[in-house]
Structures are given as structure tokens and as C-alpha cells.
Design a protein around this ligand. Structure first.
Ligand code: ACO
Length: 434
């Protein structure tokens, strides 16, 4: 192999530069030495939506989008979803290694014993209208944790950081379940320490008058798998929000609230809700070709298809699709499933989707399972936010420990007006307005 560097000739000046290449990248700051004059600011790279910009070095999650591969800390997602539990995966993401039996039981004990939230947070929830979107309530609920734990501002102390991580992972299902109970007008159900992480979440959602809620083991396991699949996905929109907001050294509650807010968007965690709306709007299998035609004409979007990184089948979607039958065996089958399968079949044969490498993403089938399990569509992004919290925190922790990271602050290319004098209102000519 040749030298690990890039030779650049600036045709404006004829000057030549050599820029080192490390890990397949050049440093953006190395471009700044490329100037036309001494007072020139220096060359920048222009990359809206970060299409080709690495914002960090990370050792957490690996994705090969062309091959459809996803690993957490080197472990394939297929093995983790089959053999692990969500709490073990959360430990792996945060600590870098799988826990020993003692470490896992200590970790599970800590999480289990931090699930309660301050009673005043219930009053906060009560303030929302009955029809408030649960994700809106969750964004606010997570941010509202911040003033309850003022010591969390001390991000330099490792022990303090660990405590906030435990609190956030533990309290997320409680807040999420409370948003659901609030929307139903039901009294909040408190955590049950005898249940698993996902079993307890189901308890807080659906417990009514029974002395102890017994989660259905198939649904408990299915949720475990769905939580593992959603735990991290390297530098996606919400993780980037957590890292960016967290780079100001705000406490992790505020940083994670930013992640929840980003996840709320229909192009991100809100997409599975959109998939169901889309399938319902299509109505029947015979209308699929007409819908696909509209997508190709740019009049509609095939929700749950396409991904910034995956240019192949999303490995998470494959696992969810396989799991659907197990779930539907204990719930009622989702009548929208045959339509989704047909839509996928038609799309994957169509040159529009093939040439653009558009395949089903994680959201294409997850909504169908959540709906069959009894979740209203508005809860779907909430179900995503719970497990993604461990990924956000692993990324936040990595960012805080990275000596190269500073407050995140992109540059811009200013294309607005040149310097001009203020015009008093009486002197402005309305006819000159655009
Ligand atoms: N339906 C129809 N066409 C699509 C779709 C889609 N779902 N996704 C991309 N395309 C087309 C674009 O129109 C574009 O076509 P063009 O080259 O003729 O202009 C081409 O495919 C490339 O798409 P981009 O928008 O450049 O891809 P980008 O990486 O910016 O977008 C995104 C990725 C946002 C996920 C997009 O595919 C999309 O909107 N999908 C639907 C929403 C969705 O399912 N989001 C969930 C993503 S997974 C997650 O967040 C957990």
C-alpha cells in the first residue's frame, strides 16, 4: 500500500499540500491550512446532514450498511437477540464487555432498585391533557428528571455519572408506562421488583386489580428482543442530538431528553407509526400497485423503507419479521401483515427501489408486532426510546471521556447580505419588497 496521506493541489494558488489519512479519514481541520492568502479563513468541507462526516471515534457499535451487518461491541445482533437479555446488552454497551454472572446480577439489582420516580413527577404528568402524545410527555418527563438530581451536573465524577446512567435506564420504563396510563385515565401502576425489566414494564402498563401481574412469557421475551434490537445504532439522528447537547456538559437527563425529542420525528423513531398509517390508508392488497406508482412519482413515501446507512436489508428488520409469527400465535394476527408482506414483495422487485437500494428498515415490521401486542400507535416511538436510552448513555459516556471532544459547533457557509446600513422604518420603500 502507498503512503497513508492525501496530496492536494489548490488550483487557485497552485500550492500543494499533504494531508495525513488515518482510519480511512482526513481531519477536517487539516483543510484549514489550505488558504488563498494569509488572512483567508482556510478551506472548509460542506456536508449538510453529515452525509460523509465522522463526528467521533467510537468503539460501541459497528454497522456495515452495504452488507446489512450490525454488531454491538463486536457481537452480532443476531446472537445477542437470540441469547442475551436487554439488561445484559445495556451493560455490554456501557462497559464494553459482557458481564460475569455476579456483575449481571449486581447490575440488574441496581436497575431494579431505581425504577421509582419522585411522586411530584406524577403531578407533572397529570398536567397534560388526556390526549397528549405520549412521546411529547416522555420528552418533558425525562427533562423534568434533571432538577430532581442536581448533582448530575457534575459530569467529571465517574461515580456520579454511573448513578445517573442507572437512574435513567431504570426510570425510563416507569415514565413511559405513566404516559400510557395517563392517556387512558388509569391510575399509575408502580414498579414490581420481582419482575424482569420487560416484565415489569408490561406490569406498569397493564396491571389492573390482580395482586401480582404475570406477564405473558412470549410477549415478555418478544419485548426483550425488540429492546435489544433498538438499543444502539451508532451516530443516528437522536444519538447525534444526545452527543451534541451533551457536549455542552449539561446533565445527562437534558441530553437524553434531546435524544427523545429527535426520536419523535417521523423520519426517525416515528416511522413505525407512519408505516401503520400508510398500510391503513392503502386499505387492501389490490391497491398496493397504485400506491407504489404514487411513491415512484414522488407523491408518497414508502415508510419503513430506506436508510441512511443500510443499503441492504436492515438486519433488525429480518429478526423482527421472523419473530412476528411467534407473537401472533399468542396475540391475534395483525390483519395488516399480509399487506406489508405483499408491499415488500412488490417493492423489492421494482427497479425504483432496487436501484436506490431501498430495503425494509427496523420500523417496517415492528409497528405490526407492537400493535398486535396491544400498544396504541402513539406508544411506538416511546417503546423505541426506552431501550435506546442505554445506547444514548453509552455514547454520551464515551463522548465525555474523549479528550478530543469539545462543545459541538459546526461551521456554516454564509451566503446572506453583505454589510449594509440600517434603514429607519419611515425610509423603507414597500414597493421594493420582494
Ligand atoms: N420511499 C420512497 N423513496 C425513497 C424512500 C422511501 N421510503 N427513501 C428514500 N427514497 C428515495 C429518495 O427520494 C431518493 O431518491 P432520488 O435519488 O430520486 O432523489 C433516494 O431514495 C435516496 O434517498 P435519500 O432521501 O437521499 O436518503 P436519506 O439517507 O437522506 O434518507 C431516510 C434516509 C430518511 C430513512 C429515508 O429513506 C426515508 O425517509 N425513509 C422513510 C422513513 C423511515 O422509514 N424512517 C425510518 C428510518 S430507520 C430509523 O430511524 C430507526
Amino acid at each position: 500500500m502507498g503512503k497513508e496521506s492525501l496530496s492536494i493541489t489548490d488550483n487557485r494558488t497552485g500550492k500543494a499540500y499533504e494531508v495525513p489519512i488515518e482510519h480511512g479519514a482526513i481531519r477536517g481541520m487539516d483543510l484549514r491550512k489550505i488558504k488563498v492568502s494569509d488572512d483567508d479563513f482556510g478551506l472548509m468541507s460542506y456536508d449538510p446532514a453529515f452525509m460523509n462526516t465522522a463526528s467521533c471515534r467510537s468503539t460501541i457499535t459497528f454497522i456495515d450498511g452495504d452488507k446489512g451487518i450490525l454488531h454491538y461491541r463486536g457481537y452480532p445482533i443476531e446472537q445477542l437477540s437470540e441469547q442475551s437479555t436487554y439488561l445484559e446488552v445495556a451493560y455490554l454497551l456501557l462497559h464494553g464487555e459482557l458481564p460475569t454472572a455476579d456483575q449481571l446480577s449486581d447490575w440488574a439489582w441496581k436497575i431494579t432498585h431505581h425504577t421509582w420516580i419522585h411522586e411530584n413527577l406524577k403531578k407533572f404528568m397529570d398536567g397534560f391533557h388526556h390526549d397528549a402524545h405520549p412521546m411529547g410527555m416522555l420528552v418533558s418527563g425525562v427533562a423534568a428528571l434533571s432538577p430532581f438530581y442536581p448533582e448530575a451536573k457534575n459530569g467529571t465524577d465517574a461515580e456520579t455519572r454511573q448513578l445517573q446512567i442507572v437512574r435513567l435506564i431504570a426510570k425510563m420504563p416507569t415514565l413511559a408506562a405513566f404516559t400510557y396510563r395517563h392517556s387512558l385515565g388509569m391510575p399509575y401502576a408502580y414498579p414490581d421488583n420481582d419482575l424482569s425489566y420487560t416484565g415489569n414494564f408490561l406490569n406498569m402498563l397493564w396491571k389492573t386489580t390482580e395482586a401480582q401481574y404475570k406477564p405473558d412469557p412470549v410477549l415478555e421475551k418478544a419485548l426483550e428482543v425488540l429492546f435489544i434490537l433498538h438499543a444502539d445504532h451508532e451516530q443516528n439522528c437522536s444519538t447525534n442530538a444526545v452527543r451534541s447537547v451533551g457536549s455542552s456538559q449539561v446533565d445527562p437527563y437534558c441530553a437524553v431528553a434531546a435524544g427523545v425529542a429527535a426520536l419523535y420525528g417521523p423520519l426517525h423513531g416515528g416511522a413505525n407509526e407512519e408505516v401503520l398509517k400508510m398500510l391503513q390508508a392503502i386499505g387492501s392488497k389490490d391497491k398496493i400497485p397504485e400506491f407504489v406508482k404514487q411513491v415512484k412519482e414522488g407523491k408518497a413515501k414508502l415508510m419503513g423503507f430506506g436508510h441512511r446507512v443500510y443499503k441492504n436489508y436492515d438486519p433488525r428488520a429480518k429478526i423482527i419479521k421472523r419473530m412476528a409469527d411467534e407473537v401472533f400465535a399468542v396475540t391475534r394476527p395483525n390483519p395488516l401483515l399480509p399487506m406489508a408482506l405483499e408491499l415488500e414483495r412488490i417493492a423489492l422487485q421494482d427497479d425504483y427501489f432496487v436501484s436506490r437500494k431501498l430495503y425494509p428498515n427496523v420500523d417496517f415490521y415492528s409497528g405490526l408486532i407492537y400493535q398486535a401486542m396491544g400498544f396504541p400507535v402513539a406508544m411506538f416511538p416511546v417503546l423505541f426510546a426506552i431501550p435506546r436510552t442505554s445506547g444514548w448513555l453509552a455514547q454520551w459516556q464515551e463522548m465525555r471521556a474523549d479528550a478530543e471532544q469539545k462543545i459541538a459547533r459546526p461551521r456554516q457557509l454564509y451566503l446572506g447580505s453583505a454589510l449594509r446600513d440600517y434603514v429607519p422604518i419611515a425610509s423603507r420603500n414597500s414597493e421594493e419588497e420582494p
